[in-house]
Design a protein around this ligand. Structure first.
Ligand code: NAD
Length: 488
């Protein structure tokens, strides 16, 4: 069995002997162990990151040196990404087809951040004053703590790491205790690519133990967090104690608004991909289907028959269409929410719980509920599983009101043959990302982040690197300073 330890200052190391079992969700069996980090491990990792900040190899690396390093990481990933696939699948059960697609593309994100690094330069300021010039300098924060969830550990880390390194910070990563292996393997790969020791460190363990210790550490200068809104609130509160900024990428309860004129085949593909890819364990999962009444019957019959035909199996098998949920407590939560929806009177059109227990591992199949009302838990709370809540509308006003009737604001979709209506409704949905006749894409140039309980701050997009930089105004006198108190 593989035993992982922290990766600190360029080497695998650990202070404590305590381990956490990593369970393969496809079998329910322990496949590896990670270190259960303590405050002492947090101290070691933060000190290593702080030391690297001042060491010449990183401190003197300007934006173009950092860009070259990011390109070396991209090159190394291009030939070695396949090493990361199995550790991630063994931890979180994501289907190999999805993981391969994500990882084969990881290099492109690092090439993008290399380009962004090259854009960092001193900018002249327009100061409207005579006799003095001023300019804006951009400085890294210093030690950044990056905390990630279990659903797409490496992809989410890449958005944080690429930007933080382009900006010249050093980083301590705390992956989810439920899926740390791929991040630890990736840390080794970064160092093979030539990243100086201590620039990226990875420590593992529970959020309330080592995660909180990292955020509270006085040398931590910035926090970037992706996870639940519960975790996000704790992290933001802990960061605030040291007056440290936090970027929070949290959960969602995203709406798919479908008008009767939408292309039904295209829409069905978008809805199915939005809620059943990654078994609904996606922050932008389109979990609320709001469909115009005349199309409802035809659309949901199509969704039910297509979803019913999806084949469960081993996530390592490329033919598998439905893998397990990522862990046992999560399966229990999803099953509880399905039972609650039934109790609340929603109509279960497709019940994925029949799959649970029919095979080893933490499986639940695609589940579709109709007649979901806005007071039900299924409407209000994130399931983070393959459960679609359906309701219908008669007017555009109703559709927008239903879409916005949520505490979250991460994403949304609009499906219509009328481009003007698509644009109008997209502009009225309160979410950080809205797709029209499309769903679920992410790209380096497109900022991602939420409104309301889905968090604050943005990743990706044109300001991604700036989020990891602080500005400094430097004034340079060009004329003698006049006597401030002249005598007549
Ligand atoms: P989680 O909040 O339970 O854990 C996320 C990470 O935070 C883990 O590494 C955990 O150990 C750590 N953590 C928890 N409490 C902490 C604390 N007090 N101090 C420091 N660290 C702490 O979330 P999860 O269950 O791993 O992930 C699922 C959630 O993530 C869902 O809500 C999902 O929507 C969200 N998510 C959001 C995005 C996005 O981009 N907005 C992307 C993926 C997942």
């Amino acid at each position: 069995m593989k035993r992982y330890s922290h990766f600190i200052a360029g080497a695998f190391t650990t202070l404590s002997d305590e381990k956490i079992d990593s369970i393969d969700p496809a079998s329910g069996r322990v496949w590896s162990q990670i270190s259960r980090g303590t405050g002492a491990d947090a101290e070691l990792a933060i000190r290593a990151a702080d030391h690297a900040l001042r060491r010449g190899d990183w401190a003197n690396a300007g934006p173009s040196d950092r860009a070259l390093l990011l390109e070396r990481i991209a090159d190394h990933l291009e030939t070695n990404w396949h090493r990361l696939v199995e550790p991630e699948i063994r931890d979180n059960g994501k289907r190999i087809a999805e993981v391969r697609a994500q990882f084969a593309g990881l290099q492109h994100w690092y090439r993008h951040f290399a380009k962004e690094a090259r854009k960092i330069r001193v900018e002249p300021q327009d100061n409207h004053l005579g006799g003095v010039e001023s300019e804006t300098h951009f400085l890294p924060y210093g030690v950044v703590v990056a905390i990630t969830p279990w659903n797409s550990p490496l992809m989410i880390l890449t958005w944080k790491l690429g930007a933080a390194l382009a900006a010249g910070n050093t980083v301590v990563v705390k992956p989810s205790e439920l899926a740390s292996a791929s991040t630890l393997e990736f840390a080794a790969l970064l160092h093979e690519a030539g990243l100086p020791a201590g620039v990226v460190n990875v420590v593992t363990g529970y959020g309330h133990e080592i995660g909180e210790a990292l955020v509270r550490h006085p040398l931590t200068r910035k926090v970037t967090f992706t996870g639940s809104d519960l975790g996000g609130r704790k992290v933001a509160a802990a960061a605030a104690r040291n007056v440290v900024p936090a970027t929070l990428e949290l959960g969602g309860k995203s709406a798919q608004v479908v008008f009767a004129d939408a292309d039904i085949e295209n829409t069905a593909n978008g809805i199915l991909s939005g809620i059943f890819s990654s078994n609904g364990q996606s922050c932008v999962a389109g979990s609320r289907l709001i469909v115009e009444a005349p199309l409802k019957h035809a659309l949901i019959s199509r969704l039910v028959s297509r979803a019913k035909a999806l084949e469960p199996g081993d996530p390592m098998n490329p033919a598998t269409q439905i893998g397990p949920l990522a862990n046992e407590p999560h399966l229990a939560k999803v099953l509880r929410m399905i039972a609650q929806a039934k109790n609340d009177g929603a109509t279960c059109l497709l019940d994925g719980t029949a799959m649970t227990g029919s095979r080893p591992g933490y499986y639940v199949g695609p589940t579709i509920f109709d007649d979901v009302t806005t007071d039900m838990q299924l409407w209000r709370e994130e399931v983070f599983g393959p459960v679609l809540a359906v309701t219908s509308f008669d007017t555009e006003e109703q559709a927008v009101a239903l879409a916005n009737d949520t505490d979250y604001g991460l994403a949304g979709g609009v499906w219509t043959a009328d481009p003007a209506k698509g644009a109008r409704v997209a502009s009225r949905i309160d979410a950080g990302t809205v797709y029209v006749n499309h769903y679920r894409s992410v790209a380096p140039g497109a900022p991602i982040g939420g409104l309301k309980l889905s968090g604050y701050g943005r990743e990706l997009g044109p300001d991604a690197v700036k989020d990891f930089l602080q500005t400094k105004s430097v004034w340079i006198g060009k004329a003698p300073v006049p006597d401030p108190f002249p005598h007549d």
